[in-house]
Design a protein around this ligand. Structure first.
Ligand code: PHE
Length: 341
């Protein structure tokens, strides 16, 4: 066995010294050094030898293998240097660089943030783990108020700094209205994008985790026409210059009057189609004039200040804009879905 190995080494070195081009070199590598090559085949037999002999032959074989590889590398390095012929084949197609990109919700969020900053709004963040007080009570939804049923949430079994168990995953970005008023006072123009959570039975249109963009203006003499004109500007920016807005009454505890802003369907221009369920209108934004109790909770005097507030569902906007038919796809981690944007 050892003899065979030495013979192989001899033969390999002679052949190596006769190599003329890269082609020869590759042949040599295949014949001797590759796993199915002659050396590899010999080494496979070592395991059948017994005891000490196996150890001895194994060591010799490994030594020879290293020597052969070393001399092979030396010769091939010389060849690569000396010829224009490199081991890289420049005619092969290149490997495509994988680059990351933005989630469609982020695209819509960026678009709205650009619009609102151009209108003079600041952009504010708030905590996703929120207190019951900010998420509900300060927004005019006291404990036991039936309006709490509108948004079922995930309560968290943790105590706050006062030792009370009042933490929950925020159901809306609206608590940051209060936080922003307390932080900045008035006058104030702020938008708040963010992730919100609801205890929903999920289906194609509902997901337990989704994204909103909240907006608020507080100043002296803010009135309903300010709200309407602002929502008109946003609608035209989102869905095109011919977009019309209609506002229908809707109850939200933190605004009075509260309403739902609907835009003419961008797909059928108000004619009626599958996307707008044949109504010609898309329900896009909850809005209203800030309730006096909410201003008070924000530390402001409702006799002096008034405000408007609105909230968009970013998830819903992204679904409309990119024609996505299932809200669950956004956080599915499905690369085939995400790569389309
Ligand atoms: N927070 C409301 C919701 O999540 C939306 C809203 C925001 C409505 C601001 C009115 C004013 O449904």
């Amino acid at each position: 066995m050892k003899d065979k190995l030495y013979k192989l080494k001899q033969e390999f070195l002679v052949k190596l010294s006769e190599v003329k081009d890269l082609e020869n070199l590759k042949e040599l590598e295949l014949r001797f050094l590759s796993r199915k090559g002659e050396l590899g085949e010999l080494m496979k037999n070592i395991k059948d030898l017994s005891g000490d002999l196996r150890k001895e032959v194994g060591q010799v074989a490994n030594k020879i293998k290293n020597e052969l590889q070393e001399s092979f590398y030396q010769v091939s390095a010389k060849f690569i240097k000396n010829t224009n012929n490199t081991l890289i084949d420049p005619t092969l197609p290149g490997l495509k660089q994988q680059s990351g990109h933005l989630n469609p919700i982020t695209l819509v969020q960026n678009e709205l943030e650009d619009l609102f900053s151009s209108l003079g709004f600041i952009i504010e963040d708030g905590p996703e783990l929120e207190s019951d007080y900010f998420n509900f009570t300060a927004l005019n939804v006291p404990p036991l108020h039936p309006a709490r049923d509108m948004q079922d949430t995930f309560y968290v079994d943790l105590k706050n700094s006062q030792g009370e168990r009042d933490l929950l995953m925020r159901t809306q970005t609206s608590p940051v209205q209060i936080r922003a008023m307390l932080k900045y006072g008035a006058p104030l123009k702020v938008v708040i994008p963010g992730r919100v959570f609801r205890n929903e039975a999920t289906d194609a249109r509902h997901e337990h985790t989704f994204y909103q963009l909240e907006g608020m203006i507080v100043a002296k003499d803010i009135n309903f026409s300010n709200l309407k004109s602002l929502l008109e500007i946003v609608g035209k920016r989102l869905f095109g210059p011919d977009t019309k807005l209609r506002m229908r009454p809707k109850f939200y505890p933190f605004v009075e009057p509260g309403n739902n802003g609907e835009y003419t369907c961008f797909l059928c221009q108000g004619q009626g189609c599958r996307v707008c369920k044949n109504t010609g209108w898309l329900e896009i934004v909850g809005a209203g004039l800030v309730h006096p109790d909410v201003l008070r909770a924000g530390g402001l005097d409702p006799e002096v200040y008034s405000g408007l507030a609105f909230g968009f569902g970013l998830t819903r906007l992204a679904m409309l804009k990119y024609n996505i038919n299932d809200a669950r796809l956004f956080s599915s981690g499905d690369i085939k879905f995400l790569e389309q944007f």
